[in-house]
Design a protein around this ligand. Structure first.
Ligand SMILES: [Zn+2]
Length: 149
């Protein structure tokens, strides 16, 4: 079964062109690839490296210290998230939607690193915090890129 990338109608495998709208059919893989084409691997990679470096240098000492203030620890994590996703957004130059996507994608690794040993609810909350900070950072990165151009 082939799904038309233009009108999303289903077509038999034997057809090369969509029977509904006449567009050239692609396989599901290329449709999925199309959906995620806004993701910039380089931007996400560099953003992740920056996140890990900042995390180890700044946030990890707070997390190890059980007496650390939770508000300071959380703010530190959010600031790190915004900085690293701003870098990812800055590298990705194809519009604010994509800078936001690439910033938001940076939420996954921080959630894994900080949330895996806690319960599911906390992991979901952490993910949402990282996601929102990441999107904000991505847009900030896009704004900076535009200004400095
Ligand atoms: Zn079609």
């Amino acid at each position: 079964m082939l799904i038309c990338p233009e009108c999303l109608s289903e077509n038999d495998d034997k057809h090369e062109y969509c029977q509904t709208c006449g567009s050239k059919l692609k396989n599901e893989y290329s449709i999925i690839k199309n959906k995620f084409k806004g993701i910039n691997i380089l931007a996400v990679f560099i953003g992740t490296v920056i996140w890990i470096v900042l995390f180890i240098e700044i946030a990890a000492p707070h997390l190890i210290n059980t007496n650390a203030n939770i508000v300071i620890t959380a703010s530190t994590l959010i600031i790190i998230q915004i900085i690293s996703s701003a870098v990812a957004g800055y590298i990705e130059k194809s519009g604010y939607k994509n800078t936001a996507i690439n910033g938001g994608i940076l939420a996954f690794i921080p959630t894994l690193i900080t949330g895996f040993y806690r319960d599911l609810n906390i992991t979901i909350i952490l993910f949402l915090i990282f996601l929102i900070s990441g999107i904000i950072g991505g847009i900030i990165g896009g704004l900076l890129e535009n200004k400095l151009k």
